[in-house]
Design a protein around this ligand. Sequence first.
Ligand SMILES: C=CC1=C(C)c2cc3[nH]c(cc4nc(cc5[nH]c(cc1n2)c(C)c5CCC(=O)O)C(CCC(=O)O)=C4C)c(C)c3C=C
Ligand SMILES: [Fe+2]
Ligand SMILES: [Fe+2]
Length: 353
Amino acid sequence: MSDANPGRRIAVVLFNLGGPDDQASVKPFLFNLFNDPAIIGLPGIFRTPLAKLISSRRETSAQANYALMGGGSPLLPETRRQAEALQALLGARLGGDEVKVFIAMRYWHPLTEETAAEVAAFGPDEVVLLPLYPQFSTTTTESSLKAWSVSYAGPGVSRAVCCYPAATGWVEAQAQAIGEKLDEAVGQPVRVLFSAHGIPEKLVTGKGDPYQEQIETTVAAVVAAIEAQRGPIDHAICYQSRVGPMKWLGPSTPETIETAAKDGVGVVVTPIAFVSEHIETLVELDIEYGELAHEKGASPYLRATAVGIEPLFIDALADAAVGALSHVGVAPFGQGCKADWKACPHRKGRQAA
Ligand SMILES: C=CC1=C(C)c2cc3[nH]c(cc4nc(cc5[nH]c(cc1n2)c(C)c5CCC(=O)O)C(CCC(=O)O)=C4C)c(C)c3C=C
Ligand SMILES: [Fe+2]
Ligand SMILES: [Fe+2]
């Protein structure tokens, strides 16, 4: 049966972090990031000067890392490919409706307010807000949805997807990408390292941020999918991209690579909180941690590719969007998700009926 309700204009807005498109935009991008109260939770009069200071201090080293990818971030072109694939799939699934997929980035162009104006001009009947973050965090999804709610003044009924840590296509796409690397490593002992972008620990312990729990939900589902095919695998969760002096979630990915080396096993590292390639995968995982593994003797060092436009994943995004329109499958944000995480229907992979 078709999901179609002929004649609707449906805007689907994909949210991601954004990345500088050239060397000159590295500093203003970093300023926007550190000036977000979801990242530095201080009042504006302290946060803004601090953001100026940190972005100035980080500029040169960050520019050098972006230079390794040709000068800027590949995040926007990667996200555009995902948007095109999703638009084609939703167009086919929602027959008589006109579906347009937009991209709203949090810290660099197309910025949320620019996209909000474009969506308003499209004149939608329905707006689906779909974060490209499978696991909810106050630092990512909540920040993006807040920025959207203050920017969007157009028509349509808005529905936001909270998260999809255990959505079928997402889990299968991850399991498939890891399986390809396990095949490459055949005959050599390896540990699968599920590497998630870290966040400060106090966001979890103090603010009840559900990110760590949802990372664990994803990992449990992906491990179960792999083990159903191949039997038990050696695996560990770890957190990368630590920034600043605060205590972050641990163990860190570098520590976990060192432990693997001491245990005499190689590693298959998989980015478990990212859905496309960018600085954190192409530079941090491939180059920095690749060198560390080499130095410490964790061999082989293999990295599973991010899901990108893998059809299983695009299918999961389409399911989430269609589910949000009809309130089935992956539940929309707000049904207990934020006010009381214990009541969130997404906890431990549960899905609302
Ligand atoms: C799950 C996704 C992400 C979370 C959670 C997250 C939290 C978070 N990030 C920083 C600081 C930085 N992040 C940077 C880059 C970056 N971060 C994410 C995703 C998450 N961040 C992505 C997709 C990217 C890549 C963008 C690109 O340009 O390709 C950077 C810039 C790079 C660098 O200088 O290292 C910073 C800084 C904090 C502080 C934080 C939680 C508090
Ligand atoms: Fe980040
Ligand atoms: Fe939720």
